[in-house]
Ligand binder design. Structure first.
Ligand SMILES: O=C(O)CCC(=O)C(=O)O
Ligand SMILES: [Fe+2]
Length: 388
């Protein structure tokens, strides 16, 4: 979701030079220089993969994470598992517990054929590993119809936050938007990816409806309350191997904005979550499973019964690329792009009054863009009662 609202970077010139923590935490580069470097990189049309192909041995400053991504080796996090072949009431109980405790769980026996998942992950990898001349015609971080492809800049904080240089993730992403039209304009979707990715979207949309039912029942509001949902945005990420993996991020820390996200990944690993405290822990990939993580809309709708988990992606390897596909779900609004949501009345009681006011999806996106959506506290803007 951190790319859902990615915009073409501003080429606006800034008169005043500002300082920020750059390469190795010491360099000082003006906004102009950073913006120029960003433009040059994006206009090169080759993405991170082309940098790697060109043989870079050090990471350009545009990609250097402001704070080195330290992970905890001490905590062995085991992501909660939900077996969808269990009796319904057992599956509901497991989903309910996981949505409340960690905000992330993995599904087994989910019914999505292994071939559908493997094929989607493989076409994304194959597309990104074609020669530059074959992939660069598709390179555009601004959507062409429903599709964009490239290294989407990570929105940076603007309001009341320290100024940071633009930051690029160590990944090239193919984004498909399914929210605006019943019949999305997929003319810029590479032909070799088309069948596999659309089949994946269909299969995962069916699964998303099942997940919405389980979450809804877990909240005690009946199986239909969160449905209909739609997988409105699909992000297919390719993380090239990195010569200095410890200095970059595949995805900066964030919570996802929507109801929930369904994620497939290959076996390389790199996804991490931050649970309590400051420690980042690995979500180790388990073959054949599908991950589900709760997003901010569901946190609000559930009146804080569900946890919207903070996560990021570190680059694990200087040799192996990593591929992941995230499908973001929201309430289906039949072609409308905006919708209003708030705590479900059934979950608001005298003991637990509404923790949020109603807000629109657009307000949520604007707020996330303004705050850089790196902190769970972005939702605080919409709180009406304090936590106690
Ligand atoms: O690549 C991943 O595992 C996670 C990607 C992600 O967090 C996102 O696209 O929002
Ligand atoms: Fe995410």
């Amino acid at each position: 979701m951190d790319l859902a609202t990615a915009r073409r970077p501003s080429h606006r010139k800034c008169k005043r030079k500002r300082r920020y923590i750059g390469q190795q935490g010491t360099a000082s580069v003006g906004d102009d220089d950073a913006a120029m470097a960003m433009s040059r990189f994006l206009e090169s049309g080759g993405g991170v993969r082309a940098l790697v192909e060109s043989g870079v041995t050090t990471v350009p400053p545009l990609f250097v994470a402001p704070v080195a991504p330290v992970s905890s080796a001490a905590v062995n996090f085991v992501v909660p598992s939900v077996d969808l072949s269990l009796p319904r009431s057992d599956a509901v109980a497991l989903v309910r517990a996981a949505a409340r405790s960690s905000g992330i769980f993995q599904l087994t026996n989910h019914g999505v054929p292994a071939a559908t998942m493997d094929s989607a992950l493989s076409v994304v990898r194959a597309f990104n590993e074609q020669p530059l001349a074959a992939r660069s015609p598709f390179y555009s971080v601004s959507p062409v119809g429903a599709v964009s492809y490239g290294t989407h800049p990570i929105p940076r904080p603007t309001d009341g936050q320290p100024v940071t240089a633009p930051l690029l993730p160590w990944r090239d992403s193919l984004l498909l938007r399914f929210d605006k039209l019943r019949d999305p304009d997929l003319r810029n979707l590479p032909a070799a990816c088309r069948d596999s990715l659309l089949e994946y979207h269909r299969a995962l949309t069916r699964l998303g409806k099942e997940i919405a039912g389980l979450l809804s029942e877990g909240l005690g509001v009946g199986a239909e309350r969160l449905d209909p949902v739609e997988g409105f945005l699909m992000q297919c990420h390719y993380h090239p191997p990195c010569p200095e993996p410890e200095r970059v991020l595949g995805s900066r820390e964030h919570t996802d904005g929507g109801l929930f996200t369904v994620l497939s990944q290959d076996g390389v690993g790199g996804l991490q979550v931050r649970l309590d405290g400051d420690e980042w822990v690995d979500v180790a990939p388990v073959a054949g499973t599908i991950l589900v993580n709760i997003g901010d809309v569901l946190k609000v709708v559930s009146n804080d019964e569900c946890r919207s988990v903070e996560h990021r992606v570190v680059i694990k390897s200087a040799q192996e690329p990593r591929v992941s596909i995230a499908l973001f779900f929201n309430p289906a609004k039949h072609g409308e792009t905006d919708f209003v949501f708030g705590p479900l009345p059934e979950l608001v009681t005298e003991e637990k009054p509404a923790r949020y006011r109603s807000l629109s999806w657009q307000e949520m996106l604007d707020n996330r863009n303004a705050l850089g959506h790196a902190k769970p506290s972005t939702l605080d803007q919409f709180r009406v009662t304090s936590l106690n």
